[in-house]
Each structure stands twice: as structure tokens, then as C-alpha cells.
Design a protein around this ligand. Structure first.
Ligand code: HEM
Length: 464
């Protein structure tokens, strides 16, 4: 109870045709060192004052570490694009949290390893490949919907996570992975995620690398289970028994064709596990928040239904429909603005340097925070409102909208993730309306991804 009282209250307001969805009330003044550290352990979304949301940069010492927050689009460009080499290194906490599971996988690697592997991973998740994966997206959605019943209650995030895990697993490993192996890998990732801490105090006390995350027996077992399944699939592929066209298949063929890339079993396992982790949590969170927002905004839901009914009628969506579903796309884009699945992008400064008006120290923790950037009153009209139309009216200011990050380290699965989210949204919303319990309000928290603290339960109402 004591921990909870550290958090600001959650605000949500709505009228007949408007919605300001759930968010922690901005603080009146910045919390001091120890309080900040304690709050940060709990969630990183409630730490910001009203002033933090302005499109400007600020820096402060946190215990013995300099923390720089860049919220001016020009500075964000300097961090992610023009100065990318100085800031390519992920924050120590993120590396510490993910390395035991993902090794030197792309999400957390840097330097030569990242440079060698990025084109490889970018290739296999590239937009030209997306049409190949689209039937796996719509197929998995159709299977899920076939099991849904009118009047049934579902817990949104686990349901969406199951769907996106099915999709990414079939895309990476092929469709013959088998239910047991898939369940093992999904549970392994979930157990691992539940066990990691988003805040590494020693880092702020001066240890440039932080300290290793605690690794109890449950964590070690979770890691072993994930590694075992992934290695088994790779071995099958190497032996020529894998499924043609899957991402692992492409990785294995590249390994066999280009020995100079130095890809071994461990490297393939790390990249496959990274794509799984990066590519399933995030899309599940996007869909969860999109359905939460629609359930709270009946006027937006009605407009989406009208679009789906006119474009799809009584059939399921396919990749060819994408261009004809602008409102569905806008709903996803607006969900990604208000609830960016990766709400904080942490970097560690490789060297001392200047960005905008801030002298960045070597090893400073550099934060670009989509959560505050996407709600900045200087960059967005009615920033706290849910208004999908804004994405139909014009493009955002450059570097003001970065749910997929920006620059050379931009999400390698951007097109995959967007297509998946739009097709799954369309498939579900065509068939069902999702209703929340009267008065329910979500409480967004930042773990590795932005998720609701308590389960969001939704009642299914069949539409078609
Ligand atoms: C809506 C869904 C998604 C969102 C919002 C999202 C967001 C992000 C963000 C913000 C980053 C950069 C993190 C940072 O700079 O610290 C990232 C990186 C990455 N994402 Fe995604 N992602 C999504 C879906 C996917 C999918 C479907 C895949 C794979 C098919 C994927 C694969 C990756 C990989 C491999 C990286 C590391 C790239 C690198 O460091 O070079 N993501 N993603």
C-alpha cells in the first residue's frame, strides 16, 4: 500500500464525443533523488511534471548519474539520426535486463555486431516480405475469433498476446512448431518478463554497467526453456527439415551462404528470440490499448465499424484491404501515440558531447520518452485527447511521433507490426464489439513495455 501512495492519481475524462483516456496526473513539482528512485521502481510514467511535457530538453543528476531527457524534435533527431553513433548504445538497465535471454540479439547489441546483423534482420522482416506473412496474421486472427462466444469475458492483454505470439511464432519458426513448443516459448518469455526489474539502482550509484539482474531458479528455467525450443527449431532447419520461407529458414540459409557473417547457432538463436520478443509484446500492447480506447469512445468505434462494413462486408480482411482502411490505420496510429508500447527509449552516451543546450556527460543516461513527446502541447493539438482523425488530417511534425523510434535503429519490424495491428484490429472489430465493465479505468504502467497494471476484462458482443 505504501508503494502505491507514491504514484499520482490516474485521470480519465469523457464526454458524448470526446475522450481523454487514462494517464497519471502530471506532478506539481519534480520528485527529489530518493523519491524519484522509488517511484521509478514502480512505474516510469508517473514521474513527469506538467513542464516535462513541453517540447524542450532538460538534464538533472540522479544520485551519481547525469540523466538527460530530450523532448525537442531537433534534439531527438540529433540523438537518433545525426549523432546516432554516439548514442547507439542502449541504456545499461535495458541491456542488463535482456542480455540473459537475448544475448547479443539486435535489440540490445551495438557496435560491430549490430552493424553486421542489422541488414540481415531488417531484410527478413522487411516490408517486401510482409505480404508473405499477412495470411499468417489473418489466419491466426480467424482461429482466435472462431473460439470466441457472444457474451464471453476475455482478458484483453493475454488474449492479444496469445494472438500475436501465434503470428510471430509461425512467421519465425514456420507453422509446424506445434502447440506444446509454442506454449513453452510463450510461457518462458512471460515468466522472464515478470521476473525482471525495470530499475537498476547500482547504475545510478555510478556503476557504468549497472549490476546483473537477479537470476533466481525460475528465471534460469524460463531462459533454458526458450533457448531449448529455439535451438531445436534451428537444428531442424539446419538439417533441412524446417519449413521453407520462415524467418529461421532465411537466417539459416544466409548463415550457410555467407560464412563471413560469423553466424553460429548462438547468434541465430539470439536473433530469433529477439524478433520473437520485440515482435509480439509490442503489437499485443498496441491492440490492447486500441480496443480499450474504442470501448471508451463509442463515436470512434461507430466510425470504424462503418468503414469495416463498407470495405469488408461479411468477409475477413486481407493484406489487399490495407489501403482501403484509413480509419483503422488512424486508430492504430493514435493508440501508438497515446500508449506507445515502448514508452521510453534509453541510451547511454558513448562520449561527452553537446546536444541542443545540454552538455551531455560520458555515460549519461539519455532518455527520449515517446510517452511525454506524444503528449506535448507544443506539438499536438489537444494532446491528451483520443482523436484518430488527426492522422487523416496531416502528418505530425518530424520527430514528434516515434512509436517505432527513428534513425538507423528504427524498429526493424515496423511494417510487419503496423500491418499486423491493422489487420487484427479489422478482423476483431468486424466480428465483435468489446465492452468494458461500467466505470472500469485502466492504469497504464511502464515495465519493459507499456501495459495495464490490472487486467482489462472485456465482454464480447457478436456483430457478425
Ligand atoms: C506495433 C508494434 C511494434 C512497436 C511499437 C515496436 C517498437 C520498437 C521500438 C520503439 C524499437 C526501438 C527501441 C529502441 O530504440 O530502444 C524497436 C526495435 C526493434 N523491433 Fe520493433 N516494434 C513493433 C513490432 C515489431 C515487430 C513485429 C518486429 C519483428 C518482426 C520487431 C522487431 C524489432 C527489432 C529486431 C528491433 C531492434 C532494431 C535495432 O536495434 O536495430 N518490432 N521496435
Amino acid at each position: 500500500m505504501k508503494r502505491l501512495s507514491l504514484q499520482p492519481p490516474i485521470i480519465e475524462e469523457a464526454g458524448p464525443d470526446w475522450l481523454i483516456p487514462a494517464h497519471p496526473q502530471p506532478l506539481a513539482e519534480p520528485p527529489g533523488g530518493l523519491r524519484l528512485a522509488l517511484m521509478a521502481r514502480h512505474s516510469l510514467l508517473g514521474l513527469w511534471t506538467r513542464e516535462s511535457y513541453a517540447a524542450r530538453d532538460f538534464a538533472y543528476p540522479l544520485l551519481r548519474r547525469q540523466v538527460c531527457v530530450f523532448n525537442d524534435p531537433a534534439s531527438i533527431k540529433a540523438v537518433f539520426v545525426t549523432g546516432a553513433e554516439r548514442f547507439e548504445r542502449k541504456g545499461a538497465m535495458m541491456r542488463r535486463a535482456l542480455t540473459p535471454l537475448l544475448g547479443d540479439g539486435l535489440f540490445i547489441s551495438d557496435g560491430e555486431t549490430w552493424r553486421r546483423r542489422r541488414p540481415l534482420v531488417a531484410d527478413i522482416a522487411h516490408k517486401t516480405q510482409v505480404p508473405f506473412y499477412a495470411p499468417m496474421m489473418t489466419g491466426a486472427a480467424a482461429e482466435m475469433l472462431a473460439g470466441w462466444r457472444d457474451g464471453q469475458d476475455i482478458s484483453l492483454l493475454p488474449a492479444m498476446a496469445e494472438l500475436t505470439a501465434q503470428i510471430i511464432a509461425r512467421s519465425i519458426f514456420g507453422t509446424r512448431l506445434g502447440e506444446g513448443a509454442l506454449a513453452g516459448i510463450v510461457q518462458g518469455f512471460a515468466r522472464y518478463q515478470a521476473g525482471i526489474d525495470s530499475f537498476n539502482l547500482p547504475f545510478f550509484l555510478g556503476a557504468a554497467e549497472g549490476w546483473p539482474v537477479g537470476r533466481g531458479r525460475a528465471m534460469r528455467e524460463a531462459i533454458a526453456e526458450v533457448h531449448r525450443v529455439v535451438e531445436h527449431v534451428i537444428t531442424e532447419h539446419v538439417a533441412g527439415r524446417g519449413e521453407h520461407g520462415s524467418m529461421v529458414d532465411m537466417l539459416v540459409r544466409r548463415m550457410q551462404r555467407s560464412p563471413e557473417l560469423g553466424l553460429d547457432m548462438q547468434a541465430l538463436r539470439n536473433e530469433a528470440a529477439t524478433i520473437f520478443m520485440a515482435g509480439h509484446e509490442t503489437t499485443a500492447a498496441t491492440l490492447t490499448w486500441a480496443f480499450y480506447l474504442l470501448a471508451k469512445a463509442p463515436w470512434a468505434e461507430a466510425r470504424l465499424h462503418a468503414e469495416l462494413d463498407s470495405v469488408l462486408g461479411d468477409r475477413e480482411p486481407t493484406a489487399e484491404d490495407m489501403a482501403r482502411l484509413p480509419y483503422a490505420r488512424a486508430v492504430i496510429e493514435e493508440a501508438l501515440r497515446l500508449y506507445p508500447p515502448v514508452p521510453i527509449l534509453p541510451r547511454q552516451a558513448r562520449e561527452a558531447t553537446q546536444v541542443g543546450g545540454i552538455a551531455v556527460e560520458k555515460d549519461a543516461l539519455v532518455l527520449v520518452v515517446p510517452w511525454i513527446l506524444h503528449r506535448s502541447p507544443d506539438l499536438w493539438d489537444k494532446p491528451m485527447h483520443f482523436r484518430p482523425e488527426r492522422f487523416l488530417e496531416g502528418a505530425p511534425v518530424p520527430y514528434s511521433y516515434i512509436p517505432f523510434s527513428a534513425g538507423p535503429r528504427i524498429c526493424a519490424g515496423l511494417n510487419f507490426g503496423l500491418t499486423e495491428a491493422i489487420l487484427c484490429l479489422a478482423a476483431v472489430a468486424r466480428a465483435f464489439r468489446l465492452r468494458l465493465a461500467e466505470g472500469f479505468r485502466a492504469d497504464p504502467v511502464c515495465r519493459l513495455s507499456l501495459r495495464p497494471r490490472a487486467p482489462i476484462l472485456a465482454r464480447l458482443e457478436r456483430r457478425a
